[in-house]
Design a protein around this ligand. Sequence first.
Ligand code: PRP
Length: 208
Amino acid sequence: MLTFALSKGRLADKIFDMLRKLNLCDINIDSDDRRLVIESGEFRFFLAKPSDVPTFVESGVADIGVVGKDTILEENRDLTEVLDLGFGKCRMCVCAKVEDGDSYKYKTNLRVATKYPHIAKGYFDSKNQNVTIIKLNGSVELAPIVGLSDCIVDIVESGRTLKENGLQPVTTIVELSARLICNNASLKTKYDEISDIISGFSRILKER
Ligand code: PRP
């Protein structure tokens, strides 16, 4: 039995789709389904909040998880990233008002608003720049517009949210996509089952 921690929605649907293609299970859930634990064949699935997926995997209650690279970096858990699934591509950027250009680089005591304090702090520490991190839970783009921060660290996908609010990406910190993660002990004790999943998923990704 292999246990997956997934986040409900697009990511879970893609994983169910790949498992169906590999004839490993025939699961299909609709958006009305409220179950949090689903069993199918040799698999059990936990449907968790994306930011909690690494917690389930690190603890070992789930063997495998699927989550964005942003969450892996932010949560910084003791687990192993085994495969880049290639979907959900976007990037983590420092963004600022268009008229501010790259002036954030030269500001002392820079105020940075973000949903990702760990990633943001790590980035500015690596640049030896002193920052005050302002943790927000969403609509981060508001912060520089209303004067709460000088810049933001946030995910940029299409760039529309920034553009429509007079902001722009100035520096890319890291490229992001969905990743397959594994519990470290499960990688040893369930090596064969996990290897089958990794090679099956890799095959599907190559065919695309
Ligand atoms: C994310 C991110 C940006 C937006 C980027 O927000 O934080 O705000 O998507 O996408 P775009 O480049 O395609 O415009 P999300 O939709 O998760 O909502 P939130 O702002 O409430 O976190």
